[in-house]
Ligand binder design. Structure first.
Ligand SMILES: NC(=O)c1ccc[n+]([C@@H]2O[C@H](COP(=O)([O-])OP(=O)(O)OC[C@H]3O[C@@H](n4cnc5c(N)ncnc54)[C@H](O)[C@@H]3O)[C@@H](O)[C@H]2O)c1
Ligand SMILES: [Zn+2]
Length: 689
């Protein structure tokens, strides 16, 4: 193994890899330098071969996948330079250049580190100690300008050389190596339709050259761009006021997610960043959006082009929804035609015809992916594309690579192989869940379980702070978010469902868990007690189910609603009239809604827990002490006491309830609705019949 960090490393070139990582992290930290996970960097140096004791020349290069900003040593591929360069002698020509990727495996040093990427040839063949290949918006703007070659000369003189578009691979590496040799004065090149490559004798010099190309291109654009690169403002297409556009986005989101998920379910991301709104407010946006993106990184993430709603922001929600459905049908036909135009008998099968980017003038951009991170990055990529188009149109005319070349990237056999190697998705991947009362106890355990099984989770509870803290414990904003809600307040429930829809694009899974328990005899139960129990549990779950079902029906993707009712929904426990009656109400909602929502493929089921002491706020806030006193046991032993009353003699934990919720929502119970599962370790008095 290459230990590049040991200071006592005899050759002293351990620092080459360390310098490479530091430089990559700096470059990757600033989005002006490259898109997320885009570009790659390398260093060459000498180490002692542990087998021969002789010096050996090595190439460290960022491997396939991962981001420069967070690159660590495990993300580097390590190759023997002599063997890598010897590949030139067996290279069979551009028609078979893809075969060279497999040949890289025969050049690895030691275990080789990360898998070498397609750009390895460029890094190894260019005769420079350090090489950066980046996708900066400013550089791609020049690379996609119709007269990019002339602009490169005008901006950089002979210091940066134009390389016509060529799909990344071994041949592109040979081309760039030749250009460097023929232009000893050059510090880098602009790769037509794609990005930039820079080099230097030291890491520092290379970084300086990369930044000089990026900043010089940006400065040239700033100074020479025409005033309104996207054209004059379009009447009615200006951004709606912030609150109005978020409400509009939430109203359109279920329809849009349904459209993006026609072939396979997707998680969504929404942004109303100025850069998007400004683009959509200008006259040229339909023409430019139709031209599509250009940088090779984009096609799998954003598809060739977005779906653009061709109505002004002044259109009504109903008009917008009707038009979106028409445009979606046209998009699918258009995508099929694109596939048919370019596919050859050995092309991978079509991967789905739905848009990944949907643009709504005055409102913003929806982007989609197999999980939240992928959806968010797709949106970031389209923002990159807008920046590129602005730069290119400002100086010249935006001219991305030919459609046939886009297809060669999107349906590249090497990309397909990468997709095939992806791990199987988790059971609840792409599903968006909202769990009420999830800052504590059973709700929290349920949110954790759903997230662990791949769902995106919205934690809704009375306290925003506690909801956010629970969400942060479960994962970052790509996995869980916390929102404030009082489920007995219809407006608050609407707002929480809106927040869920804006966070993840839609909603598939609802857990009506929020609750509280007052144990009082009939004569002690006040009207207020009765109302509180019924407001939170009976009315609260009705309101949540109603708001969520509206979203699910509009999405057309089915869904699950799960009620956490109780043993007490069927068992007449002592001193329990308000709580027990509210639980019985919830249990009957399960049956009523199962019958009503089935035609929309929405399943409604329930779980009947009992005696969940650990983690339960209900037990901690006096109810437990009261019960313990009634039974003559210590409060801390209450769980064990309850266990002894059960058939299985087992204590019921929040995780046991969470598992039942998961099973009800999983594919295994796809044909079950209107069911309650008791999770009580066996209580004969609460058997269902
Ligand atoms: N613990 C048990 O033994 C048991 C047994 C049967 C049923 N249940 C039911 O399970 C559910 C969860 O109970 P738990 O034991 O985890 O209790 P818990 O007190 O730990 O959690 C309940 C959560 O609901 C929240 N909540 C209360 N009122 C709300 C409102 N108006 N709007 C939004 N959130 C609200 C609370 O803030 C709390 O975070 C309840 O519906 C309860 O009736 C619990
Ligand atoms: Zn590239």
């Amino acid at each position: 193994m290459t230990d590049t960090t040991t200071p006592s490393n005899p050759s002293g070139t351990a620092s080459a890899a360390a310098e490479l990582i530091a430089r990559s992290n700096r470059l990757g930290a600033d989005p002006k330098n490259t898109n997320y996970a885009g570009g790659n960097t390398s260093a060459k140096g000498t180490e002692t071969d542990p087998v021969t004791g002789e010096p050996v020349e090595l190439l460290w290069v960022k491997g396939s996948g991962g981001d420069l900003g967070t690159l660590t040593e495990s993300g580097l591929a390590v190759l023997r330079l002599d063997r890598m360069r010897a590949l030139v002698d067996v290279y069979p020509g551009v028609e078979r250049e893809d075969e060279m990727v497999a040949a890289f495996d025969y050049c690895l040093h030691g275990k080789g580190g990360a898998a070498p990427s397609i750009d390895t040839a460029m890094h190894g063949l260019v005769d420079a100690a350090h090489v950066d290949h980046l996708h900066p918006d400013s550089g791609i703007a020049i690379a996609t300008a119709a007269d990019g070659e002339a602009l490169t000369k005008e901006i950089f003189g002979d210091r940066v050389v134009w390389v016509p578009w060529r799909r990344p691979g071994f041949q592109l590496g040979l081309d760039i190596a030749a250009i460097k040799e023929q232009n000893p004065q050059a510090v880098g090149c602009v790769l037509g339709g794609h990005g930039i490559t820079a080099w230097g004798d030291t890491s520092e010099e290379t970084e300086r050259n990369s930044l000089w190309i990026i900043d010089t291109a940006a400065a040239h654009i700033a100074e020479h761009s025409k005033a309104a690169p996207f054209g004059p403002p379009l009447e009615g297409y200006a951004a709606l006021p912030a609150e109005e556009r978020r409400a509009r986005a939430a109203a359109l989101a279920p329809t849009i997610r349904g459209i993006a998920s026609a072939d396979r379910p997707m998680v969504g991301h929404f942004t109303d960043a100025d850069v998007v709104l400004d683009f959509l407010a200008a006259a040229e946006h339909p023409r430019l959006a139709a031209l599509g993106t250009s940088c090779p990184d984009h096609f799998l993430r954003t598809k060739v082009k977005p779906l653009v709603l061709d109505l002004p922001a002044t259109a009504t929600v109903e008009e917008s929804i009707a038009r979106l459905h028409e445009l979606a049908a046209a998009y699918r036909e258009d995508y099929q035609a694109y596939y048919d135009r370019h596919a050859t008998p050995d092309s991978p099968a079509i991967r789905g015809k739905d848009p990944l980017i949907v643009l709504v003038p005055g409102v913003g951009m929806f982007s989609f992916g197999k999980d939240k991170q992928t959806a968010r990055v797709a949106g970031e990529f389209y923002v990159n594309a807008i920046n590129v188009m602005r730069g290119a149109e400002g100086l010249s005319t935006y001219q991305p690579i030919d459609e046939s070349e886009k297809f060669r990237i999107e349906y590249w056999a090497l990309e397909e192989a990468k997709l095939q190697r992806m791990p199987k998705p988790k059971p609840l991947a792409t599903r968006v869940a909202i769990v009420t009362g999830a800052a504590s106890g059973i709700g929290r355990a349920t949110a954790e379980k759903l997230a662990a099984e791949g769902a995106c989770v919205v934690i809704a509870d009375l306290s925003l702070e506690k909801a956010q803290a629970a969400a942060a414990d479960i994962g970052g904003a790509d996995i869980a978010v916390g929102v404030q809600v009082d489920v007995s307040d219809a407006a608050a429930v609407e707002a929480a469902v809106q927040a869920a829809v804006l966070a993840f694009g839609g909603l598939d899974l609802v857990v009506n868990n929020a609750g509280l328990s007052l144990s009082r005899s009939l004569l002690e139960t006040t009207e207020k007690d009765w109302d509180l129990q019924h407001d939170v549990m009976a009315k609260g779950s009705f309101l949540v189910a109603k708001a969520a079902a509206k979203v699910m029906i509009e999405q057309g993707m089915g869904g699950d609603i799960v009620y956490i009712s109780s043993k007490n929904s069927v068992f007449a426990g002592p001193n329990n009239v308000a709580y027990g009656a509210a639980k019985a109400d919830q249990a009957h909602q399960v049956r009523l809604l199962a019958a009503e929502l089935g035609e929309h493929a929405i399943k409604v089921n329930g779980v009947n827990p009992d005696g969940v002491v650990q983690g339960s706020g209900i037990f901690a806030s006096g109810w437990g002490a009261n019960r313990a006193a009634v039974y003559g046991v210590e409060e801390k032993d209450l769980g064990k006491f309850y266990a002894q009353r059960t058939i299985l003699k087992r204590e019921v934990l929040p995780a046991n309830i969470a598992n039942a919720v998961f099973v009800l929502c999983s594919a295994e119970l796809s044909h079950t609705t209107g069911l309650h599962i008791p999770v009580d370790a066996g209580v004969p008095a609460a058997f269902l019949r």
